[in-house]
Design a protein around this ligand. Structure first.
Ligand code: DC
Length: 220
């Protein structure tokens, strides 16, 4: 059987993972899976149902039956397009807590592996290289200083017409970094065999080209 291409991209919020992954998917004509969006959909479902984020029993019950679909970067929760809604600040502020729940992670990882089992894929997240696609030969860990990451997020929100304060964004990102990297189950961590790329001084195309050239080397 011909080996399938599995590319794992991990890194903290604002490191450029999703922008870069989307472009690489187009260039290589493979599927792109934004795993953060899946945890965001779980969070939206839980908040819509007014469930307390500490109530793991209720969360398990709801997430066990969750109906999510992803098609060409459009995200459906219970057959409704929620692609915009899952980017709301309310979701960003709560998603790290939901993503730390063991059952939520197990359920999402099952779906992610099922998707990867029958297609070439580039996946971005926090635990892709260490857990979801542990066997992949193509692992990358993107990073950038917190100031650069917060500025990217700030500009993205301002361009969308959302009124935000830069210092607040720095605080929110620092809080998410801490929760994501210190959680018990599959925290944000670089896989030993991942190539680390500091994107602070690079533009998007430079990061894309660097990753594609490394994939070429690894699969020669
Ligand atoms: O990449 P993002 O900002 O959309 O991710 C949202 C949250 O989901 C982030 O705080 C960490 C969590 N996440 C995770 O724990 N594991 C993943 N594979 C992807 C995201």
């Amino acid at each position: 059987m011909v080996n399938m291409l599995k590319i794992a991209i991990d890194g903290p919020a604002g490191s450029g993972k999703s922008t870069v992954s989307k472009i690489i998917a187009e260039k290589l004509n493979i599927n792109y899976l934004d795993t953060g969006a899946m945890y965001r959909m779980c969070t939206l479902k839980i908040l819509n149902k007014n469930i307390n984020l500490d109530d793991e029993n209720k969360i398990t019950e709801i997430i066990d039956k969750i109906d999510i679909k992803m098609e060409n970067n459009v995200f459906y929760l219970d057959n409704k397009d929620v692609s915009e809604q899952i980017r709301d600040e309310k979701i960003s502020k709560n998603v790290s807590k939901v993503a730390a729940i063991k059952f939520v992670r197990e359920k999402m990882v099952d779906i992610q592996r099922e998707i990867a089992s029958n297609a070439d894929v580039i996946m971005d997240g926090r635990d892709i290289g260490t857990h979801v696609l542990k066997e992949s030969k193509n692992k990358f860990f993107l990073n950038a200083s917190i100031e650069v990451r917060a500025l990217r997020r700030y500009e993205e929100l301002i361009n969308k017409g959302v009124n935000v304060i830069k210092e607040e964004i720095i605080k929110d990102i620092a809080k998410r970094d801490k929760l994501d990297s210190e959680r018990e189950f599959f925290p944000l961590i670089k896989a030993d065999d991942a190539v680390e790329i500091d994107t602070s001084g690079l533009n998007i195309n430079e990061v894309v080209d660097l990753i594609i050239s490394k994939i070429g080397e690894k699969n020669d």
